[in-house]
Design a protein around this ligand. Structure first.
Ligand SMILES: [Zn+2]
Length: 70
């Protein structure tokens, strides 16, 4: 299993913003190219996340499209 890491600081936790509300963020991890949302989030609550989704590191200021860390 490979877990995606931030290219700057190595953190494995990221978050994405709700496209309808930028103050609403969802924690994600990315394992083997598959996005895993934070525990307890129902499928229908998850925003669509694709390769072009802007993804933010939880630990530093890095952010870029999701496919940069896949
Ligand atoms: Zn980072």
């Amino acid at each position: 299993m490979t877990q995606s890491k931030c290219p700057v600081c190595g953190c494995k936790q990221f978050h994405v913003k709700n496209p309808d509300d930028e103050y609403d963020v969802y924690e994600i991890e990315c394992r083997d190219g598959e996005v895993r949302f934070e525990a307890g989030l129902e499928d229908d609550e998850c925003p669509p996340v694709g390769d072009d989704t802007e993804t933010f590191c939880n630990a530093c200021a890095w952010h870029d499209k999701l496919n940069k860390i896949k």
